[in-house]
Ligand binder design. Structure first.
Ligand code: NAP
Length: 487
């Protein structure tokens, strides 16, 4: 552990609120601590924003909005492109900061910095492709012109599990579209976002376009923004219950809304699947981000002919993974975000075991410092196990069997969520039939990883609505204006 380097990275990270292009203290003058989940120690303190601060941030947005919307798309794109380059130049520091505040292994944090930066490159390229339509009225008299314009000041609320990428997925298209924004990062992991804001400033982003308000009182600082008619959009990534609350608030001024909410991904392995590939990809789909991902495989539905072998091989792989502080060499599994999350994971495992599941590996807390939980594989999952219905958000893989394709699809769809599903089969007809039957926004076909800035990410049912990335991502920040032209 190189504590001098950790200190240097923490020292260079801004700790204030970023409003109108300047770093400032909270109006209350107070700060709050950021904890390292691997050591339970406070890393540093950041400004504890107040409702007055978030209104000041919205004021800055409103002041900057008209000029920003009129800035040439190429210039907006170039700022994103320069930030993409700055993120890559600073990838080691950004990754270390993320590992310190969130716990994920350094290699994964580097992966997230690269993935997060790619959204900026992608939307740098999309900024110059905002277009409209020109057509002749079907009756020949008059012309129909449609144009796309920025929706205006946005509120972007992000979770702790991907502290950078969940931000750039929103900031990239908002900047490209010509919107200004207030970002409210998760209170447990604001540091990566603060460093990113400084990089965006360094890349030449005009004052007031991006504002960041950190706080321990999420609803207090965002509530007044929903009351303010100058706010035009909310984009939220987080849990379904909070998303539901925000939709109620958004109804007051009928805000445009994008909701990236919880998941409960089924991972289907059919009898004809390449089992080795299915196990390899399962390790990624389950263990990436310590299982704390909305697209984490939450439940493995495996054909009865291969279930025992699949579970045994997966258990062998997970048992061999090194658990520890993400900064240490070779660590593949970091701590969970806090003791509450670890307690929830332990409770779900205990519940499944009490109902008949068998622990093939793991099933226990690790160490006496930090929120570590052992990579766990459970077999013999019964229908009433709570973890089939709830998002586990931890390194636990429950394996359940099925006998027919219909049963597999019905089990996959038996959830209030509909974000992603994974399908492993060598049969093309089955792949298409099953994929078409799944009630989800995304499918990984013989792949355990779907996230890609060039593709549309998002869900159906209680996983929310709206898409981030791909062609559709920028549309969330644009509205269509139709002009009837008298010719
Ligand atoms: P969360 O508790 O819903 O929090 C998400 C964000 O909302 C945080 O910034 C949080 O601030 C803020 N927040 C909480 N309550 C609020 C309120 N009443 N009003 C306004 N803001 C509020 O979710 P989380 O535990 O951080 O993240 C995990 C969840 O995110 C999981 O369900 C996961 O599936 C989901 N997720 C979804 C996607 C996707 O793309 N679909 C991606 C990643 C994660 P504080 O930090 O201050 O509480």
């Amino acid at each position: 552990m190189d504590t001098a380097r950790e200190k240097a990275v923490l020292d260079r990270t801004p700790k204030g609120l970023f409003i109108g292009g300047e770093w400032r203290d909270a109006s209350s003058g107070t700060t709050f601590g950021i904890e390292d989940p691997a050591t339970e120690q406070t890393l540093t303190e950041v400004a504890n924003g107040t409702p007055a601060d978030s209104i000041a941030a919205l004021d800055a947005c409103v002041q900057a909005q008209a000029e920003w919307a009129a800035t040439p798309p190429r210039e907006r794109g170039e700022i994103l492109r320069r930030t993409f380059e700055l993120m890559n130049d600073n990838a080691d520091d950004l990754a270390l900061l993320m590992t310190l505040e969130m716990g994920k292994p350094l290699a994964e944090a580097k992966g997230e910095v690269a993935y997060g930066a790619e959204f900026l490159r992608w939307f740098a390229e999309e900024a110059v492709r905002i277009d409209g339509r020109w057509s002749v009225n079907p009756n020949g008299s008059g012309r129909l012109l449609t144009m796309k314009q920025p929706v205006g000041p946005c509120l972007l609320i992000t979770p702790w599990n991907f502290p950078i990428a969940m931000g750039t997925r929103k900031i990239g298209p908002a900047v490209a579209a010509g919107c200004t924004m207030v970002v409210k990062p998760a209170q447990q992991t604001p540091l990566s976002m603060l460093m990113l804001a400084q990089l965006m400033k360094d890349a030449g982003l005009p004052d007031g376009v991006l504002n960041v308000v950190t706080s321990t009182k999420a609803s207090d600082v965002t509530g007044p923004l929903f009351e303010d008619p100058r706010l035009r959009k909310v984009s939220f990534t987080g849990s379904t219950p909070v998303g539901q609350k925000l939709m109620e608030l958004a109804s007051k001024h009928l805000l445009r809304a994008s909701m990236e909410l919880g998941g409960n991904a089924p991972y289907l392995v059919f009898g004809d699947a390449d089992l080795e590939a299915a196990v390899d990809q399962a390790v990624i789909a389950k263990m990436r981000n310590i299982g704390e991902s909305c697209v984490a495989a939450n439940r493995f539905h495996v054909h009865e002919s291969v279930a025992d072998e699949f579970a045994a091989r997966l258990a062998e792989r997970l048992a061999a993974m090194k658990v520890g502080r993400g900064t240490e060499d070779g660590v593949e599994v970091g701590p969970l975000i806090d003791d509450t999350q670890r307690g929830k994971v332990a409770e779900l495992v205990d519940d499944a075991v009490s109902k008949g599941a068998k622990v093939l590996t793991g099933g226990e807390r690790v160490g006496d410092r930090g929120y570590f939980y052992a990579p766990t594989v459970l077999s013999g999952i019964t229908d009433d196990a709570t973890l089939l219905r709830e998002e586990i958000f931890g390194p636990v893989a429950p394996v359940k069997t099925f006998s027919t394709d219909e049963e597999a699809v019905a089990a996959a769809n038996d959830s209030e969520y509909g974000l992603v599903a994974y399908v492993f089969t060598a049969d093309l007809n089955r792949a298409i039939r099953v994929t078409e039957g799944l009630e989800v926004g995304m499918v990984g076909l013989n792949r355990g990883l779907v996230s890609n800035p060039a593709a549309e990410f998002g869900g159906v049912k209680q996983s929310g609505f709206g898409r981030e990335g791909g062609r559709e991502g920028i549309e969330e920040y644009l509205y269509t204006k139709y002009v009837a032209v008298d010719v």
